[in-house]
Ligand binder design. Structure first.
Ligand SMILES: Nc1nc2c(ncn2[C@@H]2O[C@H](COP(=O)(O)O[C@H]3[C@@H](O)[C@H](n4cnc5c(=O)[nH]c(N)nc54)O[C@@H]3COP(=O)(O)O)[C@@H](O)[C@H]2O)c(=O)[nH]1
Length: 701
């Protein structure tokens, strides 16, 4: 420091230099007479990094500070023309090679008769970079604002008038700058619900911002868009502004609404589903508790709806469910809920019941009776005239439970009670009904176990040619060898197998067991392949499996039996369901050599046009006609008609359920000679059947 402030011109100059040495500002003293530097202070040395020796004694034009000769000349010209410099911004060369932005002041100073120039430099690096950042951020903001993919609007914070909009705003809302600039949103009718404005503005003022606030806005062509507005206060230059982004979420909202609707509604009928029903039930139970009201839950189910699906197909079944849903809705009050739980199960929630429990029960009963009547009125679905009945189970919140779960369970149990006692009726929940439900559930569980543990058996009922007394075939009939209750016939469990879907597994087992039985008979030479066929009952559900044909083919191949030894018994309902698919499947099986019998003929649709289209070989006259054919002339006529029809269609015939010699005689008079029934034999175990095959009567001829 002592060196840098060394005086050459006496004490007064020396005093000034000493003073500069104390200053925190970078200073340089230049003698006017010879334009040479007489001193630089330590702050100067630190600021620029040069040693004082690179300045002292040097002419101002030779200083290492100059960035370029042009800069130097310009600066000195400015200095010499005005004699002083005020707030001049310039960059100067530092010793480390960088340049430093400074604010320069140069003043004339007189000491005695000598004149000096005192130059002071303020480092403005920070300010300059802040400026630069500001300029950059302004540029960035402008770019973001203008090119943003979201619609942006800049409002004057005080007047709320629009000062700028971006391109996207015009694209989304249709307004051009001239439509909106200088106007408030209210002035050009932007708000769909202007009464919501104060609340939103208050929120903005309170929180100093808005984040995705829902708002509905109107486009220039009058459409309403669901939007979300986000706003912030910003300062642009000296202007206080509100920057708002209006995001169009109309599509997103409609997707959300659709998804939400789907989550709470049934796709086929658009009725509330189980979830929504549960919600509403919960709400009404809570409300009811507060206001002393009760509600009734009606569990509704169509009787034998499965038959509609099986016989007329699922499309027709769906149309029936839609019609039922319309009828139910038309009969209830707006405040009540009709929900579909799935399949043919509907639940009707009747709310706001007041008075004593008996009065609530009576209101629920009247409502249920009206629904029963509405649904059982005839309907025409896809050209089919149908008349369905239904069953309703009722649970009351005042008596049978105060949670959604309990009410649903008890109404369901009550419905079960109706089903068990003959259907087409109404029943209120009673505790003992629970027993029936438990029994059914237990039966289902036991059947599953039976499948796993191989408790099913096949019994065989002979089919006989009355002319020769020879067994020409048999029907395989399913039995359950229950570990505790013994042998059980399908009448007690077949409906449960069907309804639960276990029939598919059971049917598969029957197919293989029957084929293996035929293989054993052939092995033991008890039958001749061309003189015996075994009939297997095929349920509609089993037949409709996509791989049914392959399953039959695989069973025949696995057990290596001649294909003509197998006959499939199907019911009329299979024929009517999806006729083209049925014909295709039957033809495929026919091509493999499989023959078909129509079971229970006469009890179903018995449509000749269906029969003509299907590759059916044999008609089985239902035992209900055989039963009374010798006593009831109508039944006798029906049997005659079926026999004539079979002949005209070139089909074989078999009568089932023949119990007496009279019945057989009647059939033989009508030229129907093949039969099965207790008259000859019940369905028997394999060994007993083999014994029958080997008995003399069988081969009597
Ligand atoms: N999908 C499948 N269905 C099957 C299978 N096994 C049987 N079943 C169906 O169950 C129903 C009842 O069968 P079942 O209790 O075995 O009754 C059969 C005979 O025992 C009975 N029958 C035979 N002769 C007489 C008689 O002289 N009198 C009289 N009262 N009953 C008699 O009839 C039943 C045979 O009926 P059908 O099938 O219509 O020929 C029954 O509907 C079976 O279809 C199976 O494996 N799969």
């Amino acid at each position: 420091m002592a060196d840098s402030l060394m005086s050459r011109d006496g004490t007064r100059e020396h005093d000034l230099i000493a003073l500069l040495g104390q200053l925190p500002v970078a200073c340089m003293l230049v003698r006017g007479a010879d334009d040479t530097v007489v001193a630089v202070n330590p702050t100067f040395e630190v600021l620029f990094g040069w040693p004082a020796s690179r300045f002292i004694g040097h002419h101002s034009a030779e200083l290492p500070l100059w960035v370029s000769p042009e800069q130097r000349d310009g600066f000195l010209r400015l200095l010499f023309t005005s004699g002083r410099i005020q707030q001049h911004e310039a960059r100067f060369q530092c010793h480390d090679g960088q340049t430093k932005p400074c604010l320069i002041y140069v003043e004339q100073v007189r000491i005695g008769d000598q004149s000096y120039r005192l130059a002071m430099a303020h480092d403005i690096s920070e300010r300059s970079s802040a400026h630069q950042e500001l300029r950059q951020s302004e540029a960035k903001f402008a770019a973001l604002f203008i090119d943003s993919p979201e619609p942006y609007v800049l409002f004057d914070k005080v007047s709320a008038q629009i000062t700028e909009i971006n391109h996207r705003f015009t694209e989304v809302f249709g307004y051009q700058p001239e439509d909106v600039i200088g106007k408030t949103a209210a002035e050009f009718g932007f708000w769909r619900y202007p009464n919501k404005r104060p609340a939103i503005i208050n929120k903005l003022l309170r929180d100093r911002c808005l984040r995705n606030e829902p708002i509905d806005l109107i486009t220039k062509d009058g459409r309403t868009l669901n939007c979300e507005v986000s706003s912030n206060f910003i300062l642009i230059g000296n202007e206080r502004c509100t920057l708002s982004c209006f995001k169009d979420v109309t599509e997103q909202r409609s997707i959300e609404a659709r998804v939400k609707h789907q989550a709470y509604h049934d796709a086929l009928t658009d009725l509330p589903n189980r979830l929504l029903l549960h919600d509403r039930l919960q709400q009404h139970l809570a409300l009811g508790e507060r206001h002393g009201l009760s509600c009734a839950l009606l569990f509704f189910d169509l009787d034998h709806f499965k038959r509609v699906n099986d016989s007329l197909g699922h499309t027709c079944g769906d149309a029936v469910l839609q019609e039922v849903s319309r009828r139910l809705q038309a009969r209830v009050r707006k405040a009540d809920t009709v929900a579909r739980l799935g399949g043919d199960e509907f639940v009707i929630l009747i709310t706001g019941l007041s008075g004593k429990p008996e009065q609530s029960a009576e209101t629920a009963r009247i409502n249920a009776a009206e629904l029963l009547e509405a649904v059982s009125a005839p309907m025409s679905i896809e050209g089919h005239g149908l008349q369905l009945s239904c069953s309703i189970g009722i649970a009351l919140s005042s008596e049978h439970g105060n949670t959604p779960e309990d009410l649903l369970k008890h109404a369901d149990t009550a419905l079960y009670g109706v089903k068990a006692s003959g259907r087409n009726s109404i029943a209120f929940f009673e505790p003992q009904m629970q027993v029936v439900v438990s029994q059914r559930l237990q039966l289902e569980a036991e059947l599953r176990q039976a499948l796993l543990e191989g408790e099913f058996r096949l019994h065989y009922q002979p089919q006989v040619d009355a002319r020769t007394q020879r067994i020409t075939g048999a029907e395989a009939l399913l039995r359950w060898q229950h570990s505790e209750t013994g042998l059980t016939g399908p009448g007690t469990f077949m409906h449960v197998l069907e309804e639960s879907g276990m029939i598919l597994e059971a049917g598969h087992w029957v197919l293989h067991e029957a084929c293996s039985f035929v293989a054993r008979l052939l092995d033991r030479e008890l039958i001749a392949a061309d003189q015996f066929s075994l009939s297997i009952n095929i349920s509609p559900r089993q037949f409709r499996q996509a791989n049914f044909v392959a399953q039959v083919g695989a069973a025949i191949a696995q057990h290596q039996i001649p294909v003509q030894c197998l006959k499939l018994e199907i019911t009329e309902s299979i024929m009517i369901h999806n006729i083209s698919d049925t014909v295709e499947k039957m033809n495929e099986l026919r091509d493999m050599g499989i023959r078909f019998a129509i079971d229970d003929f006469g009890t179903g649709y018995s449509s000749l046009s269906y029969l003509k289209r299907l590759p059916v070989d044999l008609l089985k006259i239902d035992q209900s006609f055989i039963n009374d054919c010798t006593r009831d002339s109508n039944d006798a006529e029906i049997v005659r008609a079926i026999i004539v029809m079979a002949r005209s269609l070139n089909m074989e015939l078999i009568a089932e359920g023949v119990e007496t010699a009279e019945q057989l005689a009647f059939l033989q008079q009508q030229e129907c000679h093949t039969y099965q029934g207790f008259y000859f034999s019940r369905a028997v175990r394999e060994e007993a059947f083999c014994a029958l095959l080997g008995s003399p009567v069988n081969w009597a001829g």
